[in-house]
Write a protein that binds this ligand. Structure first.
Ligand SMILES: Cc1cc2nc3c(=O)[nH]c(=O)nc-3n(C[C@H](O)[C@H](O)[C@H](O)COP(=O)(O)OP(=O)(O)OC[C@H]3O[C@@H](n4cnc5c(N)ncnc54)[C@H](O)[C@@H]3O)c2cc1C
Length: 287
């Protein structure tokens, strides 16, 4: 059932300061409204929990992609269209661009933001595995200042995250690569477009001949939060990629993820696909 619209308020702060003041004064009464592509679905379904929203869409401080020497900084309001259009992101962070390309359709890509995708906290979201594999860091801001949190530590449980009521997600930092890396991103859904992931896999590897010298693996839709699989990475790091090593890494991955049965898929299917994707990632990484 649709929500009763007059019971909601949406205000538009004129500056970041004004937005942060509002968040600080009302102890969680006001929630940010970015592109609204997650929030409007809840509104239409009559399931939008909070009544008071502040539109952050016009806050220019939360926009833009800055290319620094050591890192790239994306404003929380960066849209999927902007991600895909950026040549440096395309060259150095192709998995993030791939995730953006496979998120919703063009309207969603024009309006949906990376910040909204992160804070919405869905374990099935498509950009988090890429951000985890790229070691992203989040910058959170409130009236009392800003603080940085490694993205791998941000999600704490289903829809639980290290974000205080008075804070906004401000920026996302991506450390720039030093050498060549192999990037592998796969979103597995019911169909090619406009589907929510059954499994999402992001793998990043540095390979010297047959040995993986460094590796990062992150998955979505296989646990209550998007997860970085550090134990699986440890089972592979500095190992020659023999059949035995790959088998042992697959066993570690199976123990590290916790897929469930739900309306989109089954535990068994998700597990099988995750292990197949690991195998495919490693085979392609060594060429
Ligand atoms: C048809 C359709 C298809 C979709 N397809 C996909 C898909 O394929 N893959 C996918 O991952 N998602 C998909 N989505 C979900 C959605 O589009 C994304 O999660 C999008 O990135 C949300 O961004 P937004 O700016 O619209 O967030 P909003 O809806 O504005 O906000 C989402 C949540 O984040 C909070 N928030 C937003 N910005 C900030 C901030 N800067 N600081 C603090 N809190 C903030 C809001 O308070 C809210 O709780 C789809 C949605 C629709 C309707």
């Amino acid at each position: 059932m649709r929500a009763y619209i007059p019971s909601y308020q949406l205000v538009t702060p004129r500056s970041l300061d004004e937005a942060l003041n509002l968040l600080a004064q009302h102890n969680g009464d006001w929630k940010p409204f970015a592109g609204g592509t997650d929030l409007m679905v809840l509104l239409e379904a009559g399931k939008l929990p909070h009544q008071n929203y502040l539109s952050i869409w016009n806050l220019k401080e939360l926009r833009g992609i800055e290319i620094g020497e050591a890192r790239i900084t994306l404003g929380a309001l960066t849209t999927y269209t902007e991600v895909q259009a950026n040549p440096v992101l395309r060259a150095e962070f192709p998995m993030l661009c791939q995730a953006a390309k496979e998120t919703g359709g063009i309207a969603i890509q024009n309006r949906g933001t990376l910040g909204g995708n992160i804070v919405n906290g869905s374990p099935a979201a498509d950009s988090p595995p890429a951000l985890l594999a790229y070691d992203a860091e989040l910058e959170l801001i409130s009236k009392s200042g800003s603080r940085n949190v490694p993205y791998a530590k941000f999600h704490r449980g289903y829809k639980q995250m290290d974000l205080r009521k008075e804070e906004l997600l401000f920026r996302i930092h991506l450390p720039r690569p030093r050498g060549q890396r192999f990037h592998y991103y796969r979103k597995v859904g019911t169909r090619k477009a406009q589907a929510i992931s059954k499994v999402c896999f992001a793998g990043l590897a540095e390979v010297d001949q047959n040995t993986v010298t460094d590796v990062r693996i992150a998955l979505g839709s296989v646990a209550p939060i998007p997860i970085r699989c550090e134990r699986t990475e440890a089972a592979l790091r500095n190992q020659p990629l023999t059949a035995e090593v790959i088998k042992s890494a697959a066993a570690t991955l199976a123990a590290e993820i916790a897929p469930i049965d739900d309306i989109r898929s089954t535990r068994d299917y998700r597990l099988r696909v995750s292990l197949n994707l690991l195998q495919d990632f490693l085979s392609q990484a060594i060429g």
